[in-house]
Design a protein around this ligand. Sequence first.
Ligand SMILES: [Zn+2]
Length: 151
Amino acid sequence: MGRRRRRGREPGYVWWIAFGALVVAAVLLGAWRLALIALLAWCLYEFSLIPTVCRVMTRQGFACHEHVRGRLYACSSTHQQVKNDALWRSAGLRNPFRRASAPDPNRDTGVVVYSPAVRARLAQSDRVIVTLAGAGSLVAIAGAILGLVRP
Ligand SMILES: [Zn+2]
């Protein structure tokens, strides 16, 4: 992190070594707070730091292969919008932040039909990990509150 090496990306295992070290330290020290920090760090990593690809599905069924950081993020604002919608939908909600000014994909203009080239679908692995990381964040927050209440 910090300075960017020419769109450089560290290999994924660097992160796992760091998480592994944190978990091992937590176990050795018997420090559940450290384990909590490791969990939270992993969630943040999956959400916003992991070197991955956009993977927004196009209507043709191809996955976008632009490089991005974080499973919550996409390569462009249009893909980001699709991804946001998909994330909300996988939580069983409609995206409350969807801009009303966005062109209606179903409008019938006859001439210039804005047809979204992309459909709001998340890759299965992304959905699973984002769900896990979301649950992990909740656990970490609950643990932190518990730790404050009962030191
Ligand atoms: Zn993309």
